[in-house]
Design a protein around this ligand. Structure first.
Ligand code: NAG
Ligand code: NAG
Ligand code: NAG
Ligand code: NAG
Ligand code: NAG
Ligand code: NAG
Ligand code: ZN
Length: 643
């Protein structure tokens, strides 16, 4: 997750909400637009200079709030957001004085970024309302506390307490207690807030020239067919997903008996985290060949006295070994890499911050000494690397080629550092030398990797399909929960462990939903990270199966990556894709090829167990809700751009 993007996204929204006067002044300017490109370039240079100062102040306020949740810090954060929004509005107006038709592509693209806002008139008071709604939902999420029924003083928050239970407990009642309790404490209170949020977000999206907020988010992919592409990819990964799903379901049936129907959905509380998103934590229950050395090196890390600082330093060393940039000294001073012990409430959800001034990059997370957190560190430092690489670009280009690219960088690193090849490297020494050169360890490794990649894909698609439906008004408010679980059933093959009603609001207990962060990027990144991995391994001269590839110390791989990262968002994403992979489109071929040996093994194993793959189809089986009806409504309201 990259809060710089989030910050930008929120600022844009705010701008949409307050562009009251912008409309009129822009129309006045229409008559005498400047075609002076030198003048335009001067404006752009001055924009970058000012933006660095204004947005830095905004990011600082946001950082203070996220690392110290108090009413005062929230108020300061809102105030700073208003300043940022006013600045963007002013820049919009200045930019509108130019006719960019004949300017260079590069100049045009900067103008497009600066002007990516609407002109409709909305009440300024809505800005504050929007902020308060999102912040209150975030507060509820971060401070939500679940207590034992018989011992009201025995209470836990998500991190570390509830998350730990979801990750390690094999006790059905305890898992359901944590799962349901978190949703009661966070989801339910967030429901009325989310209703307000949807209205405000849509107003802003319409003001920005889009049909609704979902369409606004998807516009980042500069493609009218992105939804079709997402479902095309879903069909391509489904055979492997179904094999993995059946294997997991069988194991859970063995542990939890009749709670898990071997032909049905998997209860979502059994998948290793609060949401059923990342399944990696249940790997110990699933290990195909338990006699092979354990490739989850958590115990080895503890034995070697690793601490969060050391884990970050090792990750930094890995980037440096590719000839990539090291984090700067002030990174260490400013980051929050452990949960503070002074009683402050903080948002623990891991995030990487580009503070906006081109110098100050930070990570915020509550690290614990586990391999899972070690991987997350590489994920976040992947964002940091991208942010540092494009920091020389003009401000409007300091962003990923698209959201999926930003999320993919660290994941590519994670694929490499998690291999037994790497972990047994003499520099690392977390596994004995020579570990991982047998086909059984290969299967262990591929299964573990699939849990956090293949296992997340349907989850990610279902999550944003639900929001697209909600924003588009395709489902009424009194069907939100029903639709949420319908999508889980149909697309993901999971179910709630206890009955749900419309009084519940399970989406409101998911971080990315409460902070309004799009999810499609996570879906697409999981596909393209394997395209990137293949390209970097080829550059590194790797031979043999791709899942054994560790491009540690390959300057050639590093150069290939940094050439792409440096571009920021200065070029359309297919150009960035081509710079690294030689291909211009996303494709599931790479991910399927990577997991081919696992596919074969799962097919054989599931067949031996007599598995019936898949899960029951629900009611009408329709994934896309009443599309024709939706399109009809939109046709009446808007004359351009349909779903
Ligand atoms: C947290 O914020 C409050 C202001 O609400 C401030 O007084 C306090 O010093 C901050 N704590 C830390 C550790 O920065
Ligand atoms: C907009 O133009 C005015 C007048 O030239 C200038 O003072 C101001 O700094 C500009 N603001 C931005 C954000 O470009
Ligand atoms: C980081 O903090 C240390 C110790 O407080 C200080 O000596 C150093 O100058 C700081 N470095 C930067 C870059 O701010
Ligand atoms: C590993 O290779 C051996 C020898 O080729 C073979 O007998 C065995 O079935 C293979 N195991 C797996 C999991 O592919
Ligand atoms: C689609 O329309 C039918 C008939 O109007 C309705 O019963 C059904 O609930 C709708 N489905 C969704 C997902 O809104
Ligand atoms: C702890 C906290 O911030 N609780 C809030 C959760 O949301 C409700 C609104 O639904 C607020 O009233 C609570 O204050
Ligand atoms: Zn991320």
């Amino acid at each position: 997750m990259s809060p710089a993007l989030l910050f930008k996204c929120l600022s844009l929204l705010l701008l949409g909400l307050i562009s009251v006067q912008a409309g009129s002044s822009i129309r006045q300017a229409d008559s005498g637009l400047s075609t002076d490109q030198d003048e335009a370039k001067k404006f752009l240079r001055s924009y970058t200079k000012q933006a660095e100062v204004i947005f830095y102040a905004g990011a600082l306020a946001s950082w203070r709030y996220n690392t110290n949740i108090t009413a005062y810090n929230q108020q300061k954060d809102v105030e700073a957001s208003l300043v940022s929004a006013a600045f963007r509005q002013e820049a919009y107006q200045n930019a509108s004085r130019f006719d960019v038709t004949d300017f260079d592509e590069d100049v045009k693209r900067q103008f497009k970024e600066i002007k990516d806002i609407g002109t409709a008139a909305l009440e300024p008071s809505k800005v504050e309302e929007y902020n308060n709604v999102v912040n209150t939902m975030t507060d509820n999420y971060s401070t939500g506390t679940v207590c034992k029924e018989d011992q009201p003083t025995d209470c836990m928050q998500l991190e570390p307490g509830l998350a730990e239970i979801m990750a390690t407990s094999r006790d059905w009642d305890e898992l359901v207690w944590a799962w349901k309790g978190f949703r009661d404490q966070v989801g339910v209170p967030n429901k009325p807030l989310y209703k307000d949020f949807v209205k405000l977000a849509n107003e802003a999206a319409v003001a920005n020239g889009h049909d609704d907020m979902g369409a606004y988010w998807r516009s980042e992919y500069e493609s009218d067919t992105i939804i079709d592409k997402a479902y095309e990819i879903y069909d391509e990964i489904l055979p492997l997903y179904k094999q993995l799903h059946a294997y997991v379901r069988r194991t859970m049936h063995k542990t939890h008996g009749s709670k898990v129907d071997v032909k049905g959905y998997i209860p979502s509380c059994l998948l290793g985290d609060m949401w059923g998103r990342f399944w990696g934590n249940i790997y110990p229950q699933l290990v195909p060949f338990p006699d092979r050395p354990n490739i989850d090196v958590t115990d080895a890390m503890v034995a070697k006295n690793y601490n969060p600082r050391k884990m970050f330093e090792l990750a930094d060393d890995f980037f440096a070994s590719l000839g990539l940039l090291r984090v700067k000294p002030i990174f260490w001073n400013n980051s929050m890499i452990e949960r503070p012990t002074d009683g402050r409430n903080v948002v623990c959800h891991p995030t990487a911050w580009d503070m906006g001034n081109g110098e100050d990059f930070r990570v915020k997370m509550c690290t614990e000494v586990t391999m899972d957190f070690f991987q997350t560190i590489h994920h976040e430092l992947g964002h940091t690397q991208y942010q540092m690489q494009y920091s020389d670009q003009p401000y409007p280009f300091r962003d990923g080629a698209n959201g999926a690219f930003h999320e993919a960088v660290g994941e590519v690193m994670t694929l490499s550092i998690s291999t037994p090849t790497h972990l047994s490297h003499p520099d690392i020494g977390l596994l004995a030398e020579g570990t991982g050169l047998d086909n059984e360890t290969d299967i262990n490794f591929l299964l573990k990797t699939a849990l956090n990649t293949i296992g997340t894909l349907p989850f990610s698609l279902a999550l944003d399909q639900w929001r697209w439906d909600v924003f588009a008004g395709a489902i009424s408010e009194d069907k939100w929960t029903e639709r949420w679980w319908q999508l889980k059933h149909d697309l993901v093959g999971t179910e709630a462990p206890v009955p749900r009603t419309e009084d519940d609001f399970d989406p409101g207990a998911m971080y990315h939903i409460v902070v309004a962060y799009p999810f499609l990027g996570y879906y697409i990144r999981t596909i393209i990270q394997f395209q990137f991995q293949k390209a970097l391994c080829e550059a590194a001269g790797h031979t043999g199966p791709l899942h054994r590839c560790d491009f540690y110390k390959s300057q050639a791989a590093g150069t290939k990556l940094s050439d792409m990262l440096k571009l920021g968002t200065s070029k359309p994403w297919p150009d960035a894709m081509e710079a690294i992979t030689g291909q211009r489109s996303m494709s599931a071929d790479a991910i399927n090829a990577y997991f081919a040996p696992l596919m074969t093994w799962l097919q054989e194993t599931n067949q031996k167990n007599g598995e019936q793959l898949g899960w029951p189809a629900t009611d009408n089986g329709a994934i896309l809700p009443n599309v024709s009806l939706v399109m009809l409504v939109l046709c009446l309201l808007v004359t351009t751009r349909l779903l």
